[in-house]
Design a protein around this ligand. Structure first.
Ligand SMILES: NC(=O)c1ccc[n+]([C@@H]2O[C@H](COP(=O)([O-])OP(=O)(O)OC[C@H]3O[C@@H](n4cnc5c(N)ncnc54)[C@H](OP(=O)(O)O)[C@@H]3O)[C@@H](O)[C@H]2O)c1
Length: 338
């Protein structure tokens, strides 16, 4: 089976390719990107640009299954058009099963509403693909850390209203995507990949304060205040619009959802998985290590990696040492089901 990942050189794309390569099975991995020269073997790199239809026809040829990862292009209308074009190209190329990476809370709306291009892609996929799966991701825990870092100097985490978000580790979204791509029984299903816990703004602020030992509070501000602050910080208009749209989605409850979809689909229970903390969260510098790090990991309760894994074979290994006071679980990787 030939599995393609389109948008393969971004953070999420690289993580999905890596997850696919770690799983045993008779599948080949094709990484589709505008920079195929950066793809490492055994994955095969192919050139594919969402803005160049011709390139997608070649890139998607011969694939059995394909994951479409939308870009982060901030230009209004661009991402929706890219999503539709990529789906059309995949259908025309004869891809049997298309998996579309979407966002929690996506609904019919006009841009700059965050979910608008994802909704457009979802609807087009459902209407045209021979077999499809939608994986809606919740807000990344990694993105929360970036927000928290930026807020430390002022001592406030801001939002357009008090809200709750079930942050999910990007690595776990990638693992879920890989599991869907390799496994069976996922056609015609929309999954919400969420974290296990809905943290309110106040709870997030308290958590960051506890970890850093610095005072941090949550403050609800108006959209005008948010825009003015971001503009004053020198951010370009597109970024200001994106951040404001994200905060509006938070306030609307777009990410206030814990589904357990992922766990139910695989009969796996959520466990504390700290792989993401070992990598990006720790490297980010906010969560420095030692007891603080351990507490952070325990609080955020990142869900298990290796989700959607039919033949789960746990080979749990605990790592405890002077520099790693947290428990790190490495999972046995599943066999492919076809
Ligand atoms: N849930 C969340 O909290 C959250 C946070 C951030 C992002 N996201 C979403 O997650 C998805 C992936 O994000 P990411 O963090 O992996 O993004 P990223 O690291 O910025 O990667 C985006 C990738 O898109 C590719 N790209 C850009 N324009 C392209 C085009 N015209 N044709 C083909 N590829 C193109 C680029 O690869 P090349 O330049 O090599 O082609 C780039 O590597 C996006 O849909 C994004 O909106 C979600």
């Amino acid at each position: 089976m030939k599995i393609g990942v389109s948008g393969a050189s971004g953070h999420l794309g690289r993580a999905v390719v890596s997850e696919l390569l770690q799983r045993a099975g008779a599948h080949e991995v094709v990484a589709i990107t505008r920079t195929p020269e950066t793809v490492s073997r055994p994955a095969q790199g192919r050139f594919g640009d969402y803005n160049q239809l011709g390139s997608l026809a070649t890139a998607y040829a011969g694939l059995d299954r394909l994951l479409l990862i939308p870009t982060v292009d901030p230009q209004p209308g661009r991402r929706g058009a890219q999503n539709v074009a990529a789906i059309d190209a995949a259908v025309r190329a004869g891809v049997k099963h298309i998996v579309f990476m979407s966002a929690a809370g996506a609904r019919q709306a006009e841009e700059p509403v965050l979910g608008a291009p994802y909704w457009q892609g979802e609807q087009h996929l459902i209407a045209t693909a021979p077999a499809w799966t939608i994986l809606r991701m919740n807000f990344y825990a990694e993105s929360f850390v970036q927000q928290a870092q930026a807020s430390l100097a002022q001592g406030v985490l801001t939002g357009l209203a008090e809200n709750r978000v079930a942050f999910v580790a990007r690595g776990d979204v990638a693992a879920a995507a890989a599991g869907i791509l390799i496994g069976d029984g996922h056609a015609g299903v929309t999954y919400n990949a969420t974290g296990p816990e809905r943290l309110s703004g106040a709870e997030r602020a308290a958590l960051v304060a506890e970890i850093t030992g610095r005072p941090v509070a949550f403050l609800a501000i108006t959209e005008e205040q948010l825009r003015a602050g971001l503009t004053k910080a020198g951010l370009p208009v597109g970024v200001v619009t994106t951040v404001t749209s994200i905060q509006a989605s938070f306030a609307a409850g777009a990410f206030d959802i814990v589904t357990g979809d992922v766990e139910r689909a695989t009969a796996l229970k959520l466990r504390l998985v700290l792989r993401t903390s070992e990598n990006e969260l720790v490297r980010s510098g906010l969560f420095g290590g030692g007891r603080s790090l351990r507490r952070t990991c325990l609080h955020l309760k990142f869900p298990v990696t290796g989700m959607f894994t039919g033949n789960f074979r746990p080979t749990t290994k605990n790592t405890r040492g002077s520099t790693r006071l947290f428990s790190s679980r490495k999972h046995g990787l599943p066999r492919a089901s076809s």
